[in-house]
Design a protein around this ligand. Structure first.
Ligand code: ADP
Ligand code: MG
Length: 310
C-alpha cells in the first residue's frame, strides 16, 4: 500500500498543555480522509503542522514516504492547502488572484493550467469579476483552484464547507469526489458529522488533541448493522404482530399499546421482520429507527472513551 501522507506520533505542546497529543494516521492515494471533531479538538493545529505553518513539538510527517522536514520543498510541492479561510485580494479579479499565486509558485504554472483549474472549480463565468463580488461558496472554490494550481498529490482543506449553503456544500463535495477519483488524495477537516459522512472514505475522530478512532464508512455501516438497537413498530395489531416468530423471540419485547411494539433487533434482521408481517397480513405504519447515523456512532464512541477514563 502506498501512502501519500503518514502522520506519526504528532504532538504540539503549548505552555504545559498538549493541544495535539500523539496523533497517528495515514492517507492512501486517491482517498478522501476526514479529521472529525468538535471545535477546539486540535484539527487546525494538526493541519498547520502537516503544512509546515507551525513547528511540531514531536512526531513525523511523511509525504510519499519521505520526511517533510528533510525534504521540505519537495514535500510542499506535493501539497495544496487551504487553512482556515482562503485569503484573496478582494479588489482584484479571481483571475488576477490566481495569476498572482501562479507567479509566486516554485513550480512553473502555465496559462493553460490556470484555465484548467478555473474550469475544474466551475468559475469560468465569474473569474473576471472582482473577488469582493463573490459569494462565500465562490471564494471557497477560488481557494480550491489556488490550492490545485501546482497539481498537488494531496489537497488539504480545513473546514471547507464552513459558511456554505447546502447547495454550495453539495457542489464542493461532488467536486472533491471527482478530484479524488482522478487520483488526488484529500485531507479534510470538519466538525459536522453528517458532512463527513457524505464526503469521506475514512475518517479519524479527534477529541481534545487525541485521535480516538479511525474508521471507514463501510466499517461504520457494518458495525451499525450488526448491533442490536431498539425498534419501534406501529402496526394494525400489536397482539398479532407480537406472536410472529421473528418478533416473539426478540429481546425486550414490549407491547406499548394496541398498535405499538418495541423490541431489540439487528438492522440486518429488518427485512425478515417486514416479510413476516406482510406475510400474515399485518399492516405496517411505522418501523424505526432505520439505521444509526454517524452522529449516534460518534456520540457512542466519545461516551465509551469517557467511561474508559472514569
Ligand atoms: N497558538 C495557540 N496558543 C494557545 N492555544 C492554542 C493555540 N492554537 C490553538 N490553541 C488551542 O488548542 C486547541 C485546539 O485548537 P484548534 O487546532 O484550532 O482546534 P480545531 O481546529 O479542532 O477547532 C484549542 O483549545 C485552542 O484554543
Ligand atoms: Mg479549526
Amino acid at each position: 500500500m502506498s501512502y501519500i501522507l503518514e502522520v506519526q506520533g504528532l504532538k504540539k505542546k503549548i505552555g504545559k498543555r498538549y493541544i495535539v497529543n500523539d496523533v497517528n494516521f495515514r492517507v492512501e492515494a486517491g482517498e478522501i480522509f476526514g479529521l472529525l471533531g468538535p471545535n477546539g479538538a486540535g484539527k487546525t493545529t494538526i493541519i498547520r503542522m502537516i503544512t509546515g505553518l507551525i513547528n511540531k513539538t514531536e512526531g513525523n510527517v511523511l509525504i510519499k514516504g519521505s520526511s517533510a522536514d528533510t525534504n521540505f520543498k519537495e514535500s510542499m510541492n506535493e501539497l495544496g492547502a487551504i487553512v482556515e479561510n482562503p485569503e484573496f485580494y478582494k479588489f482584484m479579479t479571481g483571475y488576477a488572484n490566481l495569476k498572482h499565486y501562479a507567479r509566486m509558485s516554485v513550480k512553473p504554472i502555465t496559462e493553460e493550467r490556470i484555465k484548467e483549474v478555473i474550469r475544474l472549480v466551475k468559475l469560468e463565468n465569474a473569474i473576471h469579476q472582482k473577488v469582493k463580488t463573490y459569494s462565500l461558496g465562490m471564494r471557497q472554490r477560488l481557494g480550491v483552484a489556488q490550492a490545485l494550481l501546482h497539481e498537488p498529490s494531496l489537497l488539504i482543506l480545513d473546514e471547507p464547507t464552513n459558511g456554505l449553503d447546502p447547495q454550495g456544500m453539495k457542489e464542493l463535495r461532488d467536486y472533491l469526489k471527482e478530484l479524488a477519483k482522478s487520483g488526488t488524495s484529500i485531507l479534510v477537516s470538519s466538525h459536522m458529522l453528517g458532512e463527513m459522512q457524505l464526503m469521506c472514505d475514512r475518517f479519524a475522530i479527534i477529541e481534545k488533541g487525541e485521535l480516538t478512532h479511525v474508521a471507514s464508512m463501510e466499517d461504520t455501516d457494518r458495525e451499525a448493522a450488526e448491533e442490536l438497537r431498539e425498534v419501534k413498530l406501529v402496526v394494525s395489531s400489536a397482539a398479532e404482530a407480537s406472536v410472529l416468530p421473528v418478533i416473539a423471540s426478540a429481546e425486550n419485547l414490549r407491547v406499548a399499546d394496541e398498535q405499538t411494539l418495541t423490541f431489540m433487533a439487528k438492522y440486518d434482521s429488518m427485512p425478515e421482520i417486514i416479510k413476516q408481517l406482510a406475510g400474515s397480513g399485518i399492516l405496517v405504519y411505522e418501523l424505526t429507527p432505520a439505521k444509526k447515523s454517524l452522529e449516534d456512532r460518534f456520540l457512542e464512541l466519545t461516551r465509551q472513551k469517557e467511561e474508559a477514563v472514569l
